[in-house]
Design a protein. Sequence first.
Length: 524
Amino acid sequence: MEAAKFAKVWLPFCRDNNIMDRCPEAYFSSSSHGKVELHDEEIKVVYERMKIRIENVVDRGEICSEYIINKAQRQIFNKYRNPGFTRVNHPAIIQVLIESTKERDNTGQPMPNLVYVSREKSKNSPHHFKAGALNSLLRVSGVMTNAPIVLTQDCDMYSNDPQTLKRVLCYIYNSLAPPRLGYVQFPQRYHGLNNNDIYGGEVLRLFVANPVGMDGLQGPSYVGSGCFFLRRVFFGGPTSMVQPEVQELRPDHMMEKPITTEVVKELAHHVAGCNYENNTKWGYQLGFRYGSLVEDYFTGYQLHCEGWESIFCHPSRPAFLGDVPISLIDAVSQTKRWAIGLLEVTDPWFMLYAFLFVGAYYQDCYDFILFNSTYKRWWNDQRIWLIKGLSPYLFGLMEYIIKHLGITTLGFNVTSKVQDNEQSKRYDQGLMEFGIHSPMFIPFTTASIVNIFALVIGMIRLLNDWSLEKLFVQMFIAGFGVLNSWPVYEAMITRSDKGRMSVQTIVVSFSLAFVLCCGASLVL
């Protein structure tokens, strides 16, 4: 509600002053801020007041009576004051915040529809995580407007170019476009990366380099955000359409009733119910696909299998920008979730792709240089890849196996992107964040200790008998491991800031390394 009210001031301000940074926080902190000083301060005051009201509500855990400005708002909030209403157990919430046929901005121009949706949740109902939420939104939007184009966007991404939609329409309605065009994917790009991207958060290979190559084939994969779909693709292949349960959800259905009419609202609540999908084709033949934590990759893969094609659009100015994890625990936790999801769609042909990946490894540095990145970013990308190989991929495999044995796991964990000033400073300085104890820090820390033990022992043996030809490969591997592990040694020994490695992690890792080294000595 606060954002809807602020938009009536912010949107005309952006239009009148040709503002490209449509995110207020990004605009007010950018170097371009200050070109329209007369209006800047007025808008900034309105924005800061809105932030204060929202933060007060979050801190208090309730809506203050002074923030409720009319009877309609009071009736809305009263519905959610039931003691049994919680974040994980509540009915569907569908609230029209702005209706385009009735609302105007402060210059008299029409506003777009804005509808808040939260699907029904119950402890005993399947959630299907993000894919389930996307399917609920897909159905609700179908019932209320059934617009032919659907944009999916992560919550931390914002528009960085108001011309983006025009670019998409040029692709979709271009006579030269592929006849089976299903979606247009923009790369995920990020602001706030430190100079050398120590956690490999740019994900250059996946989000930029690979899609350029795939664009010459059937098109890029869907990467979860910054993707414009034709609604039609969610209802079967290009030559056949799977019929949904209700007429209003057909992609060719024309919605003529206002979105606030009672019959529309009732049907919208019905299709947002947590049990609506029972005994239906949703998630398997309709909508976003279930069966993997990486619903984006799996959905794009299935759409390509059905015959749809896609296009990669990479303008010089990023269409959208978002946040990246700035601590190691968040970076590896995110990768663990991706690893589990990818394991859930791997088949026996995986070994062929593994072989091809080994051959493609040496092309990585060239990819980074080709796309105007730097050697240091490539080096950090390789370093973080080694960390991910020892930690989140290992834990992802373990959690995947446990899950499929029917044992309860912790499940999906959202990557935290909340920042504090000290952590941001360390990130900007290129220092890895090890500030908390986590089991996922132990494997690569143990490996780092074993590597330095191995290198020292190898050097001692080399000094004793000078058998370099026997020890060269082992010394090279251990030395490469030590070189990549340098931030780990700093975090254990020389650093004194809050991002240094916890004593508990160090003790456990040293103990495991000692056991491994002793065991290896006994075997040898």
